[in-house]
Design a protein around this ligand. Sequence first.
Ligand code: HEC
Ligand code: HEC
Length: 259
Amino acid sequence: MQLHRILILSVSSALLWAQHAKDDEAAKHPFMGNPDRIEAGRKTYLGGCAGCHGPEGGGGRGPSLIERGAWHPMTDDNLYATIQKGVGIMPAANLPTDRGWELVAFVRSLTAPAVEMKAPGDAAAGEKLFWSTNGCSGCHRIGGKGGFAGPDLSNIGRTSTLPKLRRSIVDPDFERTPGFERADLTLRDGSKLSGLVKDRTNYRLQLQLKDGALRSVPVETIETVELTKPSIMPADYKTKLTRDDVTNLVSYLRQQGAN
Ligand code: HEC
Ligand code: HEC
């Protein structure tokens, strides 16, 4: 399974590279990356596409448009043609040219690095929430400050997309990040130890403790190991935070990695 993944990833990066080379040659359509056109495209999308591809592009009767771009790259022209003419059970959209290109710009925005996209929301309010007591910084680091229980988010605007950022906050189990599985150990001497499993071999378990320190635990000293499967990131932000809170957090996080 792991090997399978690695193979797919290397194939996809070759494809992406080829795609990038092509993008550099072709002049971009002026609607690409234009926030007003993307917003107009979103409206058309919600009316005619969301029923099959999901309101956030996550998929349904039709494939996910959030993940799919990574391993199934299409030129902008092909995307336009697919939307206008339809494919398989997907009906032809037959929209006026500008409406069609707005949709292409919107679909592209779903897989573009968040830092390259304009996003609604108040980044300053998001920043405040992120660093507040019991906020996100208890587990996440940005710029060398914060906790160790979750991934460092200093570069998250480059490695994530806007829809993925939103989804990471409201649905942490959707896509796990390796290295953040929590283990509760009982040792042979009766003591207990908890941490994130950073590495394991037949001989030792490497744990990262709450303070960030790494501890290598020889397996022969371990009595029991209890692994916590769901993400340790709280699963209730979807209800605890308002929609505006989430939008503001995304607006703050998308800037991380800007330079
Ligand atoms: C009736 C359901 C349905 C509707 C409505 C629909 N789609 Fe699709 N869409 C699909 C299905 C199913 C596929 C996969 C087709 C195939 O590969 O045979 C698809 C494929 C696609 C693809 C290609 C994905 C890829 O990587 O191959 C894009 C892009 C897309 N749709 C965008 C849109 C947009 C934009 C709209 C709105 C104008 C839309 N779709 C409306 C069902 C739908
Ligand atoms: C109790 C610790 C904890 C808290 C609090 C927490 N997170 Fe997380 N977060 C995690 C962990 C652990 C992951 C990795 C997902 C996993 O479990 O595989 C994660 C993943 C993420 C990711 C995805 C990172 C990536 O590499 O794609 C984002 C974005 C994120 N969190 C944002 C937030 C925001 C915003 C808040 C505050 C509203 C928050 N987190 C609060 C622990 C936490």
